[in-house]
Design a protein around this ligand. Structure first.
Ligand code: TXD
Length: 319
């Protein structure tokens, strides 16, 4: 079997890390695309030169013409501008909307059969715009945010409870904004729900509440430290896990920004919910039962996504 092709649109901090991880995991041949000529070629060559020592076989190339992504099996989109300190994700709307319109047209022309993962912020609106601009079926375009947010949540919980990150399972629902909904009831350590761990005295409700808050602001914490951009190691790792589930038809259950057509009472929006990712893309949306408080938080988050979507439509009538 010939190798699969993974196209990375945007060869910045996340794009470069994606290329490195995809190489190390031997997911396929990799092409980096960016409007800045030289950067995708340079990163591709640098990573290719690491392959003999790291021990992976992959062809890595870079380009600044959309024909480079031709026939890709998976496309991961990070093209756009990231946040600077003091900026919210929503401040990126107008610039990144223009970028996504071009990327969507490129995908439509050169790789209409791909599975597409959008990372560009503001995430829930950008993935919606990318689906519109590319015309791909909704189940073949998802947004990456929930995997990152829940990985942050898992990490903080593992640190608090002094257990392996591998045994902590958690997920975050809703839009990728500060009103995302980290689910405490559905987060577990080796199958034991967090509320039980509080009852067992492993931690306190107040400490869990603080972790939920830190998770919500997890992206901003990194932006504040880096000062020149946003997180990239954890976002890239999360997106690669999604790509791998698709390429290997693993059918992992992952929180992703997925297109909802009635589930959770939401119609025609991309919002973070748990989904099964397999060879057909989003194979199933897992509709979990929310209690009244969770539902209220989820609806608040959905309302933020909807408001931003209206702002996007007002900026660009083509959407
Ligand atoms: O959870 C999440 N979804 C996120 C999202 C977590 C972290 C960061 N998130 C967002 O990802 C962030 O707010 C940005 O919108 C994207 C990309 O972040 P990254 O840190 O990789 O930004 P860089 O390093 O600035 O890279 C962006 C690249 C850069 O090389 C530009 O030249 C390129 O995008 N770019 C383009 N490429 C192709 N086509 C066009 N039009 C274009 N415009 C810019």
């Amino acid at each position: 079997m010939s190798r699969r092709k993974i196209a990375l649109v945007g060869a910045g901090n996340i794009g470069g890390t994606l290329a490195h991880l995809a190489g190390l995991k031997e997911l396929g041949d990799i092409v980096l695309f960016d409007i800045v000529d030289g950067v995708p070629q340079g990163k591709a060559l640098d990573i290719a030169q690491s392959s003999p020592v790291a021990g992976f076989d992959a062809k890595l190339t870079g380009g600044s013409d959309y024909s480079a992504i031709k026939g890709a099996d998976v496309i991961i989109v990070t093209a756009g501008v990231p946040r600077q300190p003091g900026m919210s994700r929503d401040d990126l709307l107008s610039v990144n909307l223009g970028v996504i319109a071009k990327v969507g047209a490129g995908i439509k022309r050169y790789a209409p059969s791909a599975f597409v993962i959008c990372i560009t912020n503001p995430l829930d609106v950008m993935v919606w715009a990318l689906q519109k601009a590319s015309g791909l079926p909704t189940q073949r375009i998802v947004g990456m945010a929930g995997m990152l947010d829940s990985s942050r949540f898992r990490y903080f919980l593992a640190e608090e409870l002094n257990v392996s990150v591998e045994d902590v399972s958690a997920f975050v629902l809703g839009g990728h904004g500060d009103d995302m909904v980290p689910s405490v009831r559905y987060s577990t350590v080796a199958g034991v729900p967090l509320p039980d761990l509080v009852a067992m005295g492993w931690t306190t409700q107040a400490r869990i509440d603080a972790i939920v808050e830190r998770t919500r602001k997890g992206g901003g914490e990194i932006v504040g430290l880096l000062k020149t951009g946003s997180a990239y190691y954890a976002p890239a790792t999360a997106a690669i896990a999604m790509a791998e589930s698709y390429l290997k038809d693993k059918r992992r259950v992952m929180p992703c920004a997925a297109y909802l057509s009635g589930q959770y009472g939401v119609n025609g929006l991309y919002v973070g919910v748990p989904v099964v990712i397999g060879a057909n893309g989003v194979e199933r949306v897992m509709e979990i039962k929310l209690d009244a408080a969770e539902r209220a938080m989820f609806e608040k988050s959905v309302a933020s996504v909807r408001a931003l979507l209206e702002a996007a439509k007002a900026l660009d009538p083509a959407f």
